[in-house]
Design a protein around this ligand. Sequence first.
Ligand code: ATP
Ligand code: LTN
Length: 331
Amino acid sequence: MSKKRVLSGIQPTHDSFHLGNYLGALKQWVHLQSDNDAYYCVVDLHALTVETDPKLLQKRTLLSAAQLIAIGIDPNKSTLFVQSHVPAHNQLAWVFECITGFGEASRMTQFKDKSQKGGAERTNVGLFTYPILQAADILLYQPDFVPVGEDQRQHVELTRDIAERFNKKFGKVFNIPQAQIIKSLAKINDLQDPTAKMSKSAASMAGVIELLDTPEATMKKFKSSVTDDGKEIKFDEKAKPGISNLLTIHSALSGKSIESLESQFSGKGYGEFKTEVAEIVISNLEPITRRTNELMSDKAELIKILEIGAQRANQVASETLKSAYSAIGLI
Ligand code: ATP
Ligand code: LTN
């Protein structure tokens, strides 16, 4: 049986990915590359919707690619590339913009949220057409599945609608992909506010564990994580959101079940438990940081890896673009 194709993307909007990205999504990417034909893209064009300093964007694009390799995305198994290295993304996005309704795009909740938060002043047209560029990212590679978090379900639905509309009007060019909503075995919450998800856009980074944090910083964040009432190490999201979050993190990294952790820590105090969770996180992150730094210390080599990825991506993408252009009447 031929391999299924998967495609996903992540924005280089921060220096470091966080534990929520890693345990909730990126570990799944690593897992998926073994049995599938995987395409993973650092979506730098999407990151332009947020105002960034050019030097910082360059650095973050490389850091994102380096972290993906460091967590185990193997550029020999997966096609790892940077979105702006494949011009077909913009070229197809224009075609899609011309077959997407204004009302349809206006209904995207991510656009509504972000434009409301930023206000009219900071809302650019790119933020509005963002999901259409995402549809091009996806459909160019004819994937079967798009592994994403729940928040991206609506964008994948729009992608399917665009593909179906195009195929119906102009003949079948696109495979209709399915969203593979990553049921985060691990939904990781903020260590300072364990009722909110760990997020890059949190007001304070004190409860956000970044993959590239130093061991000291990680230890400090765990030690000062919020403490619930009572003394017992028990999983109870309502009564003990803080401890439950730490149990989830431990379990996701150690592979031990929550029940076995509860009995392992029975009779032990919060302090000892927090330290042990911090230690397991540190020992998992240490090789990731080391490998990321190694890759960043030889940027020429890293760029070479990304160029090879871009070549492979360009081959597939330019074929699809050619079919789409021809179907719609561009000579
Ligand atoms: P923002 O809060 O700015 O939207 P984010 O930190 O949520 O950013 P994204 O770039 O939206 O990160 O997410 C990348 C991937 O990581 C998505 O697939 C998302 O579902 C997953 N993810 C993000 N945060 C968590 C979390 N706390 N727990 C589990 N998965 C997460
Ligand atoms: N919008 C996504 C990132 C993204 C993406 C994609 C995901 C851009 N293009 C294509 C999957 C497939 C996000 O914010 N997580």
